[in-house]
Design a binder for this molecule. Structure first.
Ligand SMILES: Nc1ncnc2c1ncn2[C@@H]1O[C@H](COP(=O)(O)OP(=O)(O)OP(=O)(O)O)[C@@H](O)[C@H]1O
Ligand SMILES: [Mg+2]
Length: 254
């Protein structure tokens, strides 16, 4: 579904010197797989996601989605970024219906479909609230519903839970996982959290420090559906955590 080949990204900085953020990344993500990207701060995780999303130009190599080179953003790839703010002047319902309205769906149908998604992310009772009237976790749920509502085949998530408190984060992880177990979209999920990556993913891609390259790809062979409370007691789960933390620490000191 996503084919990334010898991808590179060199920025022209304002100082006039080129800066290589990503070098020679190759990765294939089959349809329906949940893949996390881990790596030290600044290694190019967001840049990689923006390029797959078509928001940022590729400067070397290529990205194909469903056999076609990425030219720009499209409804097949739904972004959920940490800073991807909701429209403050629209209600939660208006925000979630927005993407559908953009695709030419009538207001009535868009709002009906938006309500279905709000129910799935447990925000039905907040449909007529404005984003400023929501908690951080609720806003992030609304942002997820807004993207899921237009049914992108691929979800691109850049630290979507990074700004949340630990408890809300665990709740949203479990909710995302249960939604994904029904939908089975292809997911590229950037995170700093090793246990979040192991809990959610089929594979974890560990990137090296700047410029980011693939250090290792770890397949997470834990049965689904996954229940976090059970995983914590599972030795294989703990071994994945230890192995990935080891890789990250090695990168941070490289
Ligand atoms: N527009 C830009 N112009 C120049 N350099 C940039 C630009 N955007 C990102 N970079 C550089 O690219 C590198 C990767 O940035 P990126 O935001 O992708 O890292 P990241 O892995 O997402 O980091 P973090 O974990 O802190 O979010 C950094 O060295 C950064 O300085
Ligand atoms: Mg980032």
């Amino acid at each position: 579904m996503i084919h990334i080949e010898q991808l590179g990204k060199t920025f022209q900085t304002s100082r006039g010197t080129p800066h290589t953020a990503i070098q020679d990344i190759s990765l294939d993500v089959p349809e329906g797989q949940f893949v996390s990207i881990l790596g030290p701060s600044g290694c190019g995780k967001s840049t990689l996601l923006y390029m797959v999303g078509g928001f940022e130009q590729v400067t070397a190599g290529q990205i194909q989605v469903n056999g076609k080179a990425v030219q720009g953003p499209g409804p097949d790839r739904g972004p959920v970024f940490q800073e991807y703010a909701l429209f403050p002047w629209k209600t939660v319902l208006g925000n979630v219906a927005y993407g559908l309205r953009e695709q030419g769906v009538s207001r009535r149908e868009a709002e009906a479909r938006a309500m279905v998604w709000l129910e799935k992310v447990k925000l039905k009772d907040y449909a007529h609230f404005y984003p400023r009237e929501l908690s951080g976790g609720m806003r992030q749920r609304a942002a997820i519903a807004r993207t899921l509502a237009y049914e992108p085949k691929i979800l691109l998530m850049d630290e979507p839970f990074g700004a949340l408190d630990a408890h809300t984060r665990l709740t949203l992880q479990a909710e995302l996982l249960s939604l994904w177990e029904q939908l089975h979209n292809t997911v590229l999920f950037v995170t700093h959290s090793v246990d979040e990556a192991v809990y959610l993913s089929d594979r974890v891609v560990v990137l090296t420090g700047t410029p980011g390259r693939v250090r290792e790809i770890v397949s997470v062979e834990l049965p689904r559906p996954r229940v976090r409370a059970e995983l914590l007691r599972n030795q294989t789960y703990q071994e994945y955590i230890i192995r990935l933390e080891g890789l990250l620490v090695a990168e941070a000191h490289a």
